[in-house]
Ligand binder design. Structure first.
Ligand SMILES: Nc1ncnc2c1ncn2[C@@H]1O[C@H](COP(=O)(O)OP(=O)(O)OP(=O)(O)O)[C@@H](O)[C@H]1O
Ligand SMILES: [Mg+2]
Ligand SMILES: [Zn+2]
Length: 368
């Protein structure tokens, strides 16, 4: 069975989720046939860089676009012409994918330098997609730079990387740059929902939210997690299943425990901690979740504007409760709490009974 993230790779611009500015600019370029010779796609993992590079390769070579001016106005590849289908299947001689991470690209870039000089074999233009471009050696970068200085008219280079800062400025300045952003929690949840439906998987909303949260802005990670959960739990997903499988504690429990801590209710906090522990949750993970929650509440207390940022990564339930806590929280106490929790995190690592370190932090924070 094909992995979900491969089955659901976007094939057209309109199927790309988020990345509005990238999508708009590329669509306009396609409508006007105004393609650059070199692109740099950068941004976090699993956000659409390779997918969009392949869509762009199809758009550049689509035969339907070349012959039908009406269709060209859509700024999309047709997906059914010979060029589109060959590229889609990964069999196009003129679309060359290079993985700069393997062997750090030395032979690959040497081949590219030779290959780029010859005319396309089948299509209008040769497209080179260089993935993980930041991995190239200095030598390979220099060779690539020479090519970028005088690219032949029949060639387009698409460089992709998760580490923009490691790409030399000389390379960057010769490309048209596109930033791919993390997908928001809401975008990931709604994509998971659609895909779950197509796969006849039912699920509690909290279950998908938990997966989306763990994916931290990467749709590929979200789909891989979904795959994993379906493989182990079958076609009905509950929040409880996911808690068990991924070691992540339900956000409602994280909120309850944070609430007890923030309101200095040691008795309640200990009871909740033991309850969660007895259910078999991963305590270091719980500690991290609580620390994150309190850190966010404190940050929001200091700067309410941060709500806009948190909105992108959090579910509504959590955000609403965070806003409430941000108003109540006492800065000095919160700082102490966060420090104790971080300290406990380190101590838990070496302790055969991690609950002890956690418990001590709770008592020290709330009772002193
Ligand atoms: N913006 C997006 N729209 C739709 N699907 C996406 C998007 N981003 C990621 N995906 C999903 O995740 C999978 C992987 O995406 P892709 O390979 O394009 O990511 P990437 O940015 O190249 O990641 P990496 O940096 O790890 O190479 C796709 O097949 C698709 O299922
Ligand atoms: Mg990629
Ligand atoms: Zn086509």
């Amino acid at each position: 069975m094909l992995a979900l993230y491969r089955t659901y790779r976007p094939k057209k611009i309109e199927e790309v989720i988020g990345q509005e500015s990238v999508v708009t600019i590329l669509r306009n370029a396609a409508q006007k046939d105004a393609f650059a010779h070199a692109y740099l796609f950068y941004g976090p993992r699993g956000t659409g860089k390779t997918s969009v590079a392949r869509i762009l390769a199809k758009t550049i070579n689509c035969e339907e676009r070349a012959t039908d001016p009406e269709f060209k106005k859509q700024g999309e590849p047709c997906g059914v012409c010979n060029a589109c289908m060959t590229i889609e299947a990964g069999n196009a001689l003129d679309v060359i994918e290079i993985d700069a991470a393997s062997n750090r690209g030395i032979d690959e870039i040497r081949n590219l330098k030779d290959n780029i000089k010859t005319m396309p074999a089948q299509f209008a233009r040769k497209v080179f997609i260089v993935d993980e471009v930041h991995m190239l050696t200095t030598q390979a970068f220099n060779a690539l730079l020479k090519t970028l200085e005088e690219p032949p008219a029949h060639a387009v280079l698409i460089l992709a990387t998760t580490e923009y800062d490691k790409v030399p400025a000389t390379i960057v300045s010769r490309t048209q740059r596109f930033h791919f952003r993390k997908l928001t929690l809401a975008e990931i949840v709604s994509t998971l929902k659609q895909i779950a439906t197509k796969e006849s998987v039912t699920s509690e909303p909290a279950a998908l939210e938990m997966i989306a949260y763990l994916a931290d802005g990467s749709l590929r990670d979200a789909l891989s997690l979904l795959d994993q959960v379906i493989a182990m739990q079958g076609k009905h997903l509950t929040a409880k299943n996911i808690e068990e499988l991924l070691g992540k504690t339900d956000i409602l429990k994280v909120i309850d425990l944070s609430n007890a801590l923030i309101s200095k209710n040691g008795k309640e906090a200990l009871a909740l901690l033991h309850g969660i522990h007895n259910e078999g949750h991963n305590l270091p993970q719980l500690n991290r979740d609580i620390t994150e929650y309190i850190r966010r509440a404190l940050a929001l207390h200091v700067n309410p504007q941060l709500e806009k940022l948190f909105e992108r990564e959090l579910a509504q339930t959590e955000l609403t409760s965070l806003k409430k806590h941000a108003q109540e929280i006492d800065t000095e106490y919160a700082l102490k709490l966060i420090k104790l929790l971080i300290e406990a995190q380190t101590n838990m690592r070496y302790n055969p009974l991690p609950i002890i370190a956690f418990e001590l932090a709770v008592i020290e924070a709330t009772e002193k």
